[in-house]
Design a binder for this molecule. Structure first.
Ligand code: MG
Length: 228
C-alpha cells in the first residue's frame, strides 16, 4: 500500500483502550447517562462520545457548567464519579474488539513495540490488558500516570518518552475526537477507527490522518503496509 499514512520508519504503536481494544463505550455511554440522571441532568448519549478520553472529574465539571450553569464542587465530582463507578461495576463485561489481538500480534511479529495510552483508571479493563493482548504492564499509561489527561498531549508524550523513539516513528490508534487531538498535539501520526456513533468528519477535523470505519478494516490496512 503505497499511499499508507503509517510512518516508513515505524518503531512503536500506541493504542487507546476504550472503543479501540475493548467494546466498552456502550457501558461508558449508559453509565454517564445514568449517573447524570441521578443529578437531574438529561445527558445526551451522543455527548459521552464527544467527551470520551477526558478524565472523569473534568467531564463532570464540563457537564455541570453546561447543564446546571454552575461549577461542580469537589464533593459533586466525587459523588457523581462514585455513582458512575458503581454503575460500571454492574455493567456487562466488555468484549475485545474484533481483530485487535491479531493486529497486536502482527505488530509484535514485525518487531514493533506496543503501548497503551488511556484516560481510564477502571481496574476491570486495565487488569485485562496483559492477559487479553499481551501488553507489558510497564507499557501502559493510564489516568494515574498523568497530571493533564486527553485532550492535552501529555499522555501520548509520556508514551513517546517511555518507548524512547521519536514521535515521528510512532503510530497512534484512537477512536475519540479528544484522543485524536491529544495524539496529534504530541506530533504522532494517528489512525482513527470510528467505532462509535459520531460522524467521520469530527475525527477528521481533529487531525486524524485517516478515518477507518471499524477495527476489522484496520488489520488489512496494516497488513498492506508490511507487504509493501
Ligand atoms: Mg477510546
Amino acid at each position: 500500500m503505497s499511499n499508507t499514512v503509517i510512518p516508513k520508519d515505524l518503531k512503536c504503536v500506541i493504542f487507546d483502550m476504550d472503543g479501540v481494544l475493548y467494546d466498552s463505550m456502550k457501558n461508558h455511554e449508559a453509565t454517564w447517562v445514568g449517573c447524570f440522571k441521578a443529578e437531574g441532568i438529561d445527558f445526551p448519549a451522543y455527548d459521552a462520545y464527544m467527551y470520551e478520553g477526558r478524565p472523569g472529574h473534568e467531564t463532570i465539571g464540563c457537564v455541570f457548567k453546561e447543564h446546571l450553569n454552575r461549577e461542580a464542587t469537589q464533593e459533586d465530582k466525587e459523588r457523581v464519579y462514585n455513582e458512575k463507578v458503581r454503575l460500571m461495576g454492574m455493567a456487562s463485561e466488555a468484549e475485545m474488539m474484533p481483530m485487535m489481538k491479531e493486529l497486536i500480534d502482527l505488530f509484535k511479529q514485525q518487531g514493533k513495540e506496543v503501548w497503551v495510552v488511556t484516560g481510564s483508571k477502571q481496574p476491570t479493563l486495565l487488569d485485562r490488558l496483559n492477559g487479553d493482548f499481551g501488553i507489558d504492564l510497564n507499557q501502559i499509561i493510564s489516568a494515574k500516570d498523568v497530571v493533564k489527561g486527553k485532550p492535552d498531549p501529555e499522555p501520548y508524550l509520556k508514551a513517546v518518552a517511555g518507548c524512547g523513539f521519536d514521535a515521528k516513528q510512532c503510530l497512534v490508534v484512537e477512536n475519540a475526537p479528544l484522543g485524536v487531538r491529544s495524539a496529534k498535539a504530541a506530533g504522532i501520526t494517528t489512525i482513527a477507527v470510528n467505532t462509535g456513533i459520531l460522524e467521520d468528519e469530527i475525527l477528521a477535523k481533529e487531525g486524524a490522518d485517516i478515518v477507518l470505519p471499524d477495527t476489522k478494516s484496520l488489520y488489512p490496512y496494516v497488513e498492506g503496509y508490511f507487504r509493501s
